[in-house]
Design a protein around this ligand. Structure first.
Ligand code: KG4
Ligand code: ZN
Length: 335
């Protein structure tokens, strides 16, 4: 089954054609990041406008690269939640139009479920059940993936997402948006014990995260230094901050895996591109003889191939949408 997939939840307009949930026939991503960089973060109104401008060309390009016409695909899948509402609406309405014009079934896909599905594209042998650390710009969850469309959140952030904390800390360090990747790169050059940052824990919820205190700690450190006219060693600051975030992520993920007797661990979302997170999980899983699956770095960020992958399993589970499909800014991954 060939699915034409569309993604527009944040600042990438993307389309892809995916066969049977696992085989990518084409994948096109038009990023708006250069424009949002000017403002230090995503400007929702600009994002919606750029999606509206880009979507026709991006979808056509995905069909062209797959050497298919609209009449040769079997369904349209679209990210409908969660995300920026105006941005999501562009993809949802375009997908509804295509579905109506071509008489194709419409499949609604949850953005975080699709991040998890990026792993199915890269790892043909991977099947649920497994435990997944979903870490993106807007979410940080530990999810028990019982089946392709049956999920339960067992840990979540109480405040900022890991990606958001990385981006805000990076911004305070003077790095361009989105800062996570720059902070990660610069951290490689620094000493991770140069600054003492907290490892916040949530009382009575051992799988939950809290990153806002950590973010405030680094921002305060930078402000105090600048008020005194002291220049801080950015690489050391980045390395110490990155280690604190990754320690929290790995510690809770490990505890959950042990408590749930789960020996297959998976990561998903933009922050799973973080080099320290990857190497720490590789070491942990090597030591415990657990299986570890992570998306290749090019599939960690937003793209539509992952939407086509999850769309296939949503389809198999009987999940269809009508022309009354709406976009939702927030929606649980549990459905
Ligand atoms: O999953 P994603 O592409 O979009 C959302 O659904 O939010 O995640 C984007 C987030 C951003 O916060 C970005 O800074 C972060 O992922 N990110 C990273 C790295 N690469 C991307 N954070 C830390 N280290 C990285 N290498
Ligand atoms: Zn995402």
């Amino acid at each position: 089954m060939r699915i034409l997939a569309i993604e527009s939840s944040c600042d990438e307009t993307a389309a892809a054609v995916v066969e049977d949930g696992r085989n990518v026939l084409s994948s096109v991503v038009a990023s708006q990041v250069e424009e949002h960089k000017l403002y230090g973060g995503v400007v929702p109104e600009i994002a919606s406008r750029r999606h509206a401008e880009a979507i026709v060309g991006v979808v056509q390009e995905a069909l062209d690269q797959a050497r298919l016409t609209l009449g040769e695909v079997d369904a349209v899948a679209v990210t409908h939640a969660p995300g920026l509402i105006g941005a999501l609406l562009v993809g949802v309405n375009f997908a509804k139009g295509l579905s109506m014009a071509a008489g194709l079934p419409l499949i609604p896909v949850h953005h975080l479920r699709s991040h998890i599905a990026a792993n199915y594209l890269a790892h043909p042998e991977l099947k649920p059940p497994f435990l997944c650390l979903v870490v993106s710009g807007g979410h940080s969850h530990i999810v028990e993936v019982a089946d392709y469309t049956k999920m339960r959140i067992i840990g979540r952030t109480r405040d900022d997402a890991a990606g958001e904390a990385f981006d805000k800390a990076a911004r305070a360090m003077g790095m361009p948006y989105p800062g996570g990747i720059h902070l990660d790169r610069i951290a490689e050059e620094g000493g991770d014990s140069a600054f003492a940052f907290p490892r916040p824990r949530v009382d009575g919820a051992e799988y939950d995260f809290s990153f806002s205190g950590l973010k405030t700690a680094v921002i305060n450190q930078i402000h105090n230094a600048s008020q005194k006219g002291v220049e801080l060693p950015v690489a050391d600051l980045a390395a110490s901050f990155r280690k604190a975030v990754v320690d929290c992520l790995v510690q809770n993920f490990q505890k959950a895996a042990e408590d749930f007797h789960c020996t297959t661990l998976v990561t998903a979302g933009g922050v799973s591109a973080n080099s320290l997170l990857r190497s720490r999980l590789e070491a942990l899983c090597g030591e415990k003889s657990w299986k570890l699956y992570m998306p290749p770095k090019e599939l960690c960020g937003d793209n539509a191939a992952m939407v086509g992958a999850q769309g296939f399993y949503e389809w198999k589970a009987g999940n269809r949408a009508g022309l009354n499909l709406n976009a939702c800014a927030t929606m649980s991954i549990e459905g």
